[in-house]
Write a protein that binds this ligand. Structure first.
Ligand code: GLV
Ligand code: MN
Ligand code: MN
Ligand code: MN
Length: 405
């Protein structure tokens, strides 16, 4: 039996629903994300794929060749974790499409000449531990394992403790040259997160590049005090400075065409209605196609933040949490995808993906499926059923072309 993408997506439609925020909240290694990982593993096992989790928490499901050699594999997959209050498709669409593509290839009678593997990466969003694509960064050595082990979630739990509770041995997270060495190419299918395919009136496109992007934390330090007894002129209120910094972030990005800069999360410390905060943490996300411009925007934001904070008698500390340079997908692999999907448009994206991290180690490519709202990281993200099935067919065509005889 051949599963449809929409049928598979319907099976997980209730997992991790967040009625308070809307959409889905599936932080890595939460009950919701673990349930999805179990669902995927069960789906893979049902298809006879040899399925297991590696030391970095990446699930691999293998469709071996008759010779059983795991070398030069064609790998596809995505992630099952989400941002808080995210859409249904960011991540799971690529996972469901991978399963559906296996069914389509079986239906076509394919005997792979190269092994095909499906992969599910943990903490792609960085929503829980702050560093996006943590699984693929650990796999490729793009993050120091000690730094990863010591990352903390908003409740103060370390990644090491959470990983251990999820059944991993945190001592063994880190670069895995054997796992990487088995992969010949990686193709990630993903819901498009902007309006590119809408404007082109196409259901499926091929990825060209990912904007360079990074995350920084700005800690604004002021003086905690009493909301009732402290005169307005006596205050060093970091919330007032933070408000000015948020506006400065927008203005600095506007001065650099093509730049995107966002403060999506801000936490006052200690956080009481009748308390002037002593500190405020702001998390900053900056992206641009030119890494030098990203650096210039961050520098401008830092300078502006120092100025705004000083005017309130506050100080600011800026810390880099992660940085990913602009990625251009492998030109040879991209042109093979172009040959396998004639007429498919080529487009870039401002969103980060595990395919972008893996691109430093091996040839990677992406397929995007139209999102009729053009909105993502929001419950409004959407994919029509026909487009989802077209995406799975395109992925099957690509896997067949890369792994078939
Ligand atoms: C993840 O989706 C990101 O681009 O932030
Ligand atoms: Mn994603
Ligand atoms: Mn995302
Ligand atoms: Mn992403």
């Amino acid at each position: 039996m051949t599963a449809t993408v929409s049928g598979l997506m319907a099976e997980i439609a209730d997992t991790g629903r967040d009625d308070a925020r809307g959409g889905y909240s599936r932080p890595v290694y939460s009950t919701a994300e673990q349930d999805l990982r179990e669902w995927f593993s069960e789906q893979a096992r049902r298809r006879g794929l040899d399925t297991g989790t590696d030391s970095n928490g990446i699930i691999w499901a293998w469709w071996d060749t008759p010779f059983g050699v795991r070398d030069d594999a064609v790998v596809t997959g995505s992630h099952l974790d989400s941002v808080p209050g995210g859409g249904a498709f960011d991540g799971p669409l690529g996972v469901a499409s991978a399963l559906a593509a296996v069914d389509l290839l079986r239906e076509r009678g394919l005997t792979p000449a190269k092994p095909i593997a499906l992969a599910v990466f943990p903490e792609e969003e960085g929503s829980r531990f702050g560093v996006a694509c943590l699984g693929s960064r650990l796999l490729t050595g793009a993050i120091d394992p000690d730094k990863a082990r010591n990352l903390r979630d908003p409740d103060g739990n370390t990644f090491a403790d959470v990983a251990a509770a999820a059944g991993l041995d945190p001592r063994h997270v880190g670069p895995d040259p054997d796992a990487l060495g088995r992969i010949g190419s990686f193709v990630e299918l993903h819901v498009e997160q902007g309006r590119g395919l809408i404007d082109l009136d196409q259901s499926v496109g091929i990825g060209s590049s990912i904007l360079g992007h990074g995350r920084w934390r700005l800690r604004v330090l002021g003086q905690g005090n009493h909301a009732g007894t402290t005169l307005m002129e006596d205050r060093h209120d970091p919330m007032v400075a933070a408000a000015g910094i948020v506006t400065a972030v927008r203005d600095c990005a506007l001065r650099h065409p093509g730049a995107r800069a966002t403060v999506g999360r801000m936490v006052p410390v200690p956080g009481g209605t009748n308390v002037i905060a002593s500190a405020v943490d702001l998390w900053l996300d900056v992206r641009h196609a030119d890494d030098a411009v990203t650096a210039a925007v961050v520098e401008a934001i830092h300078a502006e933040s120092l100025r705004v904070a000083a005017a309130e008698g506050c100080t600011v500390r800026l810390t880099e949490e992660s940085l990913s340079p602009t990625v251009h997908f492998d030109p040879a692999l991209r042109s093979r995808l172009g040959g396998l999907l004639p007429g498919a448009p080529v487009l870039d994206t401002g969103a980060g993906h595990d395919a972008g991290v893996l691109a430093a180690a091996l040839p990677t490519a992406m397929l995007f499926v139209r999102n009729p709202t053009g909105v993502s990281h929001s419950p409004e993200e959407h994919v029509e059923d026909d487009d989802a099935e077209a995406g799975a067919r395109a992925l099957a065509d690509v896997l067949q072309g890369l792994a078939g005889k």
